[in-house]
Design a binder for this molecule. Sequence first.
Ligand code: SF4
Ligand code: SF4
Length: 70
Amino acid sequence: MSKPESKGKEVAKITSECIACGACEAICPDDAISISDAGDKYVVCPVKCTYCKKCLEGVCPVDAILTDRV
Ligand code: SF4
Ligand code: SF4
């Protein structure tokens, strides 16, 4: 009866499909998206992300952004 998946908060997450176009970084109101250290894809900072969902609304050309729980 336990719910191990129910803890934490919802945030956006960028998958390895990211082609580093930068579109999501430009629309994030909380400055939560930035280029990775390797420079080959973008990443979401789960602390800064307020899950406004703007980056989840068709911004990404390769559907690389999904919902995660941290
Ligand atoms: S859900 Fe909103 S706050 Fe979080 S990364 Fe996407 S645009 Fe930024
Ligand atoms: S919009 Fe998609 S492909 Fe472009 S940087 Fe963001 S996650 Fe990567």
